[in-house]
Ligand binder design. Structure first.
Ligand SMILES: Cc1cc2nc3c(=O)[nH]c(=O)nc-3n(C[C@H](O)[C@H](O)[C@H](O)COP(=O)(O)OP(=O)(O)OC[C@H]3O[C@@H](n4cnc5c(N)ncnc54)[C@H](O)[C@@H]3O)c2cc1C
Length: 263
């Protein structure tokens, strides 16, 4: 298998246009597992680690641009953690230090797992995904970007460049249920934003539907909100938990998250 290493975003776009069946490799924490288990055998890997345009984060007219190559370790600390505390909390729950140093937001979006921990806090903040190809750019709201279990709307020649978020600065939190506290795929997860400025409660949950899902209600619907969240789920029974347990856990998480955000 060939591994090609573009040095710029333009070079990466040209390579992907020439090799649409190639896979992007960022942190490799999902791709290399697939290769090791022989679940995927692409003709080439396009290694994005030298593309500076994908790294880190920046501000743009009051919004934040999170590069696709932003790692969980970076999202957990500093000014970004102050702007997006629920994303920081979610990032702290991902894997181990090694995974948090390598794994990225762009990789979580690329994999599009309903258990992706970066996805609920991004969805609750109304994130928009910026994608590009040699044909041009697209801005896709996150709820339209994710279309099924491990499915997104990326075309074969497109790359995720960044995620744009206008931080609400609402009291917010992220919670995750798993069989233990670290190195787990969530049984279910929830990001809650109590947006006092907009008078709105927003919850996005993971691992309880084919994609992460968003539920919103007026602030004064606090009492019924946990039931609303549990009712919006369409979970399945699997090795990690039953559908009934997931619904129950989401109801409990929503209640606890409300207490934390509205205390
Ligand atoms: C031990 C272990 C523990 C883990 N724990 C967690 C956890 O707790 N929570 C969690 O959510 N995940 C977890 N994961 C999964 C993984 O770490 C995350 O999904 C991570 O965000 C993937 O990022 P990456 O940069 O490593 O992606 P990669 O493996 O490099 O890529 C993942 C997918 O995204 C595509 N891709 C990458 N970058 C781009 C781009 N710029 N444009 C288009 N497509 C792109 C790749 O082609 C591939 O399909 C774990 C994985 C391991 C091995």
């Amino acid at each position: 298998m060939d591994v090609v290493t573009p040095r710029t975003l333009d070079e990466a776009l040209c390579l992907k246009a020439e090799l649409p069946q190639a896979r992007f490799l960022q942190g490799g924490t999902d791709v290399l597992v697939e290769l090791n288990f022989d679940r995927s055998r692409p003709p080439a890997l396009v290694n994005l680690n030298e593309v500076a345009e994908l790294r880190g984060w920046s501000r743009e007219n009051g919004a934040l641009l999170l590069g696709a190559g932003l790692t969980y370790a970076e999202a957990m600390r500093g000014a970004l953690a102050d702007e997006m505390p629920a994303l920081a909390e979610a990032s702290r729950t991902v894997g181990s230090p090694q995974i948090r140093n390598r794994g990225t937001i762009g990789g979580n979006l690329g994999t599009a797992s309903p258990a992706g921990d970066a996805l609920p806090p991004l969805l609750a903040e109304g994130a928009v995904v910026l994608v590009a190809s040699v044909r041009g750019e697209r801005r896709i709201p996150l709820d339209a970007f994710l279309v099924g279990v491990k499915r997104n709307v990326l075309e074969p020649d497109e790359i995720i460049v960044s995620v744009r978020v206008e931080p609400s600065r609402a009291p917010q939190t992220f919670m995750k249920v798993g069989p233990r506290n670290a190195m787990v795929i969530s049984v279910c997860s929830l990001a809650l934003h109590a947006d006092l400025a907009r008078g709105e409660l927003r919850a996005a949950f993971g691992s309880a539907a084919p994609t992460v899902r968003l539920v919103s209600a007026p602030l004064d619907a606090r009492e019924s909100f946990p039931d609303l969240v549990a009712g919006a789920a369409s979970p399945i029974d699997d090795v990690r938990g039953t559908a009934a347990y997931r619904r129950h856990a989401l109801r409990v998480l929503a209640g606890r998250a409300l207490e934390r955000c509205l205390a």
